[in-house]
Design a protein around this ligand. Structure first.
Ligand code: B12
Ligand code: SF4
Length: 473
């Protein structure tokens, strides 16, 4: 590493190569890390953020930044679906600046730490929440100490072999963390793209997390934030909201907690605080609310606070599959609440998963029919990808010993689905399901009447439709 007074840390979110329509939301992970480093080290560490999903950033600007700025550390934040891309960018960084330390964190690093270390050649891999571990590691670096005592890292031994220092620890008190470093990005860069919520009532939106963790046990999930829900104090959440509103002109909050409505009283309290705040805000839930624990009272409270969009992760409408994947959703209650939310004028969206191991074509159609019979206005029929280090992966292996996805493929391409060996044509089923969903029973027109910015929605719909067709064999 270079010897200079201030250390330089470049935090990077990779792009998803090969997609015209890139989903782009503010990168909460690197924003939070940046805030934590600035809080602990002040001016002693300079932090820069690059989000390669942003329109004017790409591999070229990434390379140029490394050449011009010469960061001491280059840290990548990656999902498993971005493994290949991250490994490539890490190689580019290594070639351009061999003395910089390469760090990798995020869901990819957390779910398969050793593989991540091997594939990216990182000097350090951070497992799990890293606001604290990154600062501890930086302190060790400054003191020329050894980081082997720090839990939740993958380091390398003298022969270059990666080893895990110990299980990562969750941050018990989220209120001890500073507000994400919203000044580290240009928030405007996010206002013209395709966010997780396609409808975006306001261009000026921000994503926000009010809790971490989820007590449910879905077998396909990586449970990045553990099974215990840790809540942020609502008055501190409101401080962040106020700052976003006043300093950044934010008018829509997209809440992306793992399970925001796990505590109905807290949801009602939050809704009341938003209403009483005098801020004119809209709320949306692109990451989903658990529908079978929702009540009319909670929907009413959220509606009064400005909610115009709710997503519900149904995944499967087959009781056998629900049990197998341990989601155990009460489908009757879920349908009731989706109907109720729709009657209140809320745009409702569902997530569904098709092609689980042992799932029959009839069971897939059960899911599709369930979705088609609800007054939902948007749906994603995801093809199942069993991820390494999940119970679904092990179950899939039980039925198919040859199954191997350690080299995590793309999520959207058809090569990614497990059911390639099944006797049905999943891409065809998926295509028909979409066509039937949008173009029967006047749903598409109902949708256009309700979406806040119909032209924005239409643009996304057409581009993703064309993109989807090209990806289908
Ligand atoms: C918003 C979101 C999205 C957004 C933005 C994703 C992004 N890159 O940030 C969009 C819509 C694009 C998205 C898409 C998908 N998502 Co998503 N998404 C989320 C969600 C709900 C919130 C992410 C977030 O902001 N978290 C809050 C921040 C604070 O956490 P964090 O980013 O993990 O960062 C912390 C640590 O990981 C670590 N860290 C992170 N980066 C770095 C970097 C360094 C250098 C260090 C030291 C540490 C570090 O420290 C941070 C602070 O503690 C999470 C759920 C969750 N619990 O996180 C799922 C989640 C990330 N998504 C997931 C999945 C599966 C997907 C999809 C594949 C779904 C699909 N089939 O299409 C696609 C991916 C396709 C793609 N690449 O675009 C999984 C990822 C699992 C995995 N192993 O990769 C998650 C964890 C949901 C789950 N419970 O399984 N998603
Ligand atoms: S409800 Fe969501 S976050 Fe919770 S275990 Fe299931 S998939 Fe994971």
């Amino acid at each position: 590493m270079m010897k200079r007074e201030k250390l330089r840390l470049l935090l990077v979110r990779p792009d998803l190569a090969g997609f015209v329509l890139k989903t782009i939301d503010p990168p909460l992970g690197i924003l939070s890390l940046s805030a934590a480093v600035k809080k602990d080290f002040g001016d002693a560490v300079e932090v820069r953020l690059m989000d390669l999903r942003v329109r004017h950033q790409n591999e070229k600007s990434f390379s140029e930044t490394i050449k011009a700025w010469r960061p001491d550390m280059i840290g990548f934040s990656a999902l498993s679906a971005e493994a290949d891309r991250t490994a490539r960018l890490a190689r580019v960084a290594r070639d351009l600046h061999p003395r910089a330390k390469i760090l990798v964190g995020g869901p990819y690093a957390t779910s398969t730490p050793l593989e991540c270390s091997e594939k990216t050649g990182a000097d350090v891999v951070f497992v799990g929440e890293a606001e604290r571990t990154l600062c501890d590691w930086l302190r060790c670096l400054g003191e020329n100490g050894s980081a082997t005592e720090l839990p939740g890292l993958v380091l390398r031994d003298s022969d270059g072999r990666p080893f895990l220092t110990g299980p990562a620890e969750l941050i018990e008190d989220l209120d001890a963390l500073p507000i994400p470093d919203w000044g580290g990005i240009r928030i405007e860069d996010y206002h013209f793209g395709n966010s997780m919520n396609w409808f975006n009532a306001h261009k000026r939106y921000a994503s926000i997390m009010t809790s971490r963790g989820c007590p449910y046990q879905c077998i396909y999930c990586h449970k990045i934030f553990g099974r215990k829900v840790r809540f942020r104090d609502l008055s501190l959440v409101m401080e962040e909201v106020r700052m976003l509103y006043e300093e950044y002109g934010i008018r829509e909050l997209q809440i992306v907690d793992d399970i925001f409505n796990v505590d109905p009283e807290r949801v009602i309290e939050f809704s009341r605080m938003i209403q009483d705040s005098g801020m004119r805000l809209l709320l949306s839930f692109p990451n989903g609310l658990r529908s079978d624990i929702l009540t009319e009272e909670v929907v009413d409270a959220l509606r009064s606070a400005g909610t115009y969009m709710m997503t519900f992760a149904i995944e499967s409408a087959s009781p056998r599959i629900q049990k197998m994947i341990k989601k155990n959703l009460d489908l009757k209650k879920a349908a009731e609440m989706i109907r109720y939310a729709d009657r209140q004028g809320i745009i409702t969206k569902a997530y569904a998963m098709i092609g689980f191991v042992t799932e029959t074509e009839e069971e897939i159609h059960e899911t599709i029919d369930f979705i088609l019979n609800l007054p939902l206005l948007q749906v994603s029929f995801f093809m199942v990808v069993p991820q390494p280090n999940t119970a679904l992966y092990d179950l899939t292996k039980e039925f198919d010993r040859d199954f191997d996805l350690t080299d995590v493929p793309q999520y959207y391409g058809n090569s990614s689905q497990y059911s390639e060996g099944a006797d049905y044509d999943l891409p065809r089923i998926q295509r028909w399901a979409y066509l039937r969903f949008y173009f029967r029973s006047g749903r598409f027109f109902r949708l256009l009447l309700r979406v806040p910015r119909p032209m924005h929605f239409l643009r996304l719909f057409v581009v993703s439709g064309i993109e989807g067709l090209f990806r289908i064999r």
